[in-house]
Design a protein around this ligand. Sequence first.
Ligand code: SAH
Length: 234
Amino acid sequence: MKIAIMGAMPEEIAPLLEKVERYEKVEYAKNSYYLAQYRDMELVIAYSKIGKVFAALTAATMIEKFGAQQLLFSGVAGAINPDLKIGDLIVATKLCQHDLDITAFGHPYGYVPEGSVFVESDVHLRKIARRVAKEKGIVLKEGIIATGDQFVADPVRKAWIMEEFGADALEMEGASVAVVCDALEVPFFILRSISDSADMDAGFDFDTFLESSAKVSADFIMTMLDEIDGDRDQ
Ligand code: SAH
């Protein structure tokens, strides 16, 4: 089984590389991919750089060039749902692109013909995550994640995204990874730990909590890997 683990920024994959200890670094398409063996699994780990385009390129590369059969995303996000506090974990049930807009032609926000507003993540991987959370006593929220090429630090934009998409959290990569994995029929899982609340203080909070929240997410992903490995042995 070959599993891709992806982040957007170096801070999001650093705790993963630390945990796997030994890896081979491969350069491709102006990015670095880290190949490692963990238990009985082969891993390909990378950070994409920020935003939907880089994230789509990296996800497609991990699948098409490196042969990943499942993709797990680990990173940080801005909270929309007031129940989500800094450091809390949220798993995406489904994802949408909040900045995709051809409403001038009568389409809903987030929709283009032959696409769909929401892409659903893999049910089985979510089930494994729930099991891990229960075993470890970790609170894991599930909800909708909205993605766009904007760092949201604006209560008005945040409220609009909540109303339009019912989103619980927002970030800049998840939905593009979802579109790629869905098209290539690769099960995917998007996990985020909250770094800020997408309001006026978001920039400051993000800088303060990026590293600690990224680690919360990465640690959970590593625990999930143990479970995925065990799951396969059964
Ligand atoms: N400080 C960085 C930029 C960070 S952009 C720099 O200067 O290079 C924010 C990153 O964290 C993105 O990868 C996004 O997915 C996530 N994120 C966290 N909070 C966010 C928010 N409020 N709005 C959008 N993305 C957010």
